[in-house]
Design a protein around this ligand. Structure first.
Ligand code: JHZ
Length: 401
């Protein structure tokens, strides 16, 4: 196999077995789904970490149930990102901002009062309809060179293009960058927010590996990718959102570009920390978590305790299916997203119920599959008057709250 950034040879880093697409919830437990391999590969030449088997985008995003949750943590993150972009003049009141993979338009809604124009593009039919209903103009399409031509004709050149937690969601980033370079003029910015490989590796977040995530970006691999398109990084900012994310600010190379000192600082940190031994520990810890969590859940079930998972997350489905946990061990999955409720998790067949239903009949334990919202969810459960259910947190090591 070869690297999809630089075409060099790659080697296997981790094999998580097979799983159905993580966001394809089932309408009934009997519905048959195909499973596909989840194998992570690494390229020594450019540092790229990629998923070996890429699923067809139509199949992945047609029946897509991920709706950005309404969350105080997320809303604080939007404030943080917005103020970073304004403080550095990456966004101004005159900006036209285009967001790729804009989902129901929560981020665009956040910045809309402060900029000249916002437009979203998202391939999921139902989800882009929801965004349009809420007043965020959203084109239902995949972002690529062809759709970028249509976008340019319809809306003109954006000053800034954002791709938040979606840039790694297609097997050919070159295709997306061709669209970006077609749309941006020489001063235009491309802002990519993505789970950061260093955090994924340091925090043992193997559950971030699922079919939507076809790349696991580092600064090194992003620089290599951008260079192929005559682009470069002008700034970087880190955020704790989603278990540790990186925001890359990129543009077409020009001699006058000012490069923020953050680029050098974080590059140095990454060079020192993202080492072969860090990858080795990540792989070892993944197997350790599988073993510990599997034994803990089966032991609790055998002891007669009830367990629900909290969060019908994509990463939760990797976790459950890798460990081999099903509706035999776990009674329900709790999730606030109406579109997910009443459906069944892929392969594990666990039924999704609402937070209200869970409050009426709480379990002894919640396995926190939305561990990235740990404090928010624990507070919510405690504030509802439930002081007895304990939380099993799987990442970075299995522990109980
Ligand atoms: P959450 C998704 O992954 C999909 P997931 C995607 N591939 C991606 O890249 C990442 O996001 C960033 C629920 N919830 O965001 C709502 C509650 O029930 O961790 C969500 O279904 N109560 C695009 O699926 C889920 O948890 C709450 O109070 O791993 C969180 O999903 C809160 C706050 C959330 O992403």
């Amino acid at each position: 196999m070869t690297c999809r950034i630089c075409s060099a040879d790659v080697s296997v880093l981790l094999d998580l077995g097979t799983s159905p697409p993580a966001n394809s919830l089932k309408k009934s437990p009997e519905q048959v789904q195909d499973s596909y391999p989840l194998v992570l590969e690494i390229c020594d030449n450019c540092g790229n970490v990629q998923l070996r088997d890429c699923l067809d985008e139509e199949a992945l995003y047609k029946d897509y149930f991920y709706v950005t949750p309404s969350s105080t943590l997320l809303s604080r993150h939007y404030d943080f990102l917005q103020s970073f972009l304004f403080k550095n003049n990456y966004l101004t009141s005159h900006s036209f901002a285009l967001e790729i993979g804009s989902n129901v338009g929560l981020f665009l809604d956040h910045i809309k009062p402060n900029v000249a124009k916002v437009v979203g593009i998202d391939p999921a039919q139902e989800i882009s309809e929801l965004a349009n209903q809420k007043g965020i103009e959203t084109v239902c399409d995949f972002f690529n060179e062809a759709s970028s031509v249509k976008l340019k004709d319809q809306f003109g050149n954006p000053n800034i293009i954002l791709a938040r937690h979606c840039f790694a969601h297609n097997c050919d980033p070159h295709r997306m960058l061709k669209g970006v370079t077609h749309l941006l003029d020489d001063s235009g910015l491309f802002v990519i927010e993505n789970a950061y490989l260093l955090n994924t590796i340091e925090n043992n977040e193997f559950d971030q590996i699922y079919h939507e995530h076809m790349f696991y970006y580092s600064i090194r691999s992003m620089k290599a990718l951008l260079a192929i398109h005559n682009m470069h990084l002008v700034d970087i900012i880190m955020s704790p959102i989603h278990g540790g994310s990186i925001v890359f600010v990129a543009k077409k190379v020009s001699a006058e570009d000012k490069i923020s000192s953050a680029v050098g600082k974080y590059t140095l940190q990454e060079d020192l920390l993202l080492t072969p031994s860090a990858f080795k520990h990540f792989v070892e810890n993944t197997w350790r978590i599988k073993d510990t969590l599997g034994r803990l859940i089966k032991g609790l079930r055998d002891g007669g305790w009830t367990i629900y998972t909290y969060g019908a997350t994509a990463k939760g489905n990797t976790l459950l299916n890798f460990i081999g946990l099903t509706d035999k061990e776990i009674k329900y999955c709790v999730d606030s997203t109406p579109m997910k409720q009443g459906k069944y998790l892929p392969k594990s067949n666990i039924k999704v119920i609402s937070e209200e239903e869970s409050q009426e009949n709480p379990p002894d334990y919640f396995l926190l599959t939305a561990w990235n919202y740990r404090d928010e969810i624990v507070n919510k459960v405690r504030q509802s008057g439930n002081y007895t259910s304990q939380f099993i947190v799987p990442i970075p090591f299995v522990h109980i709250l």
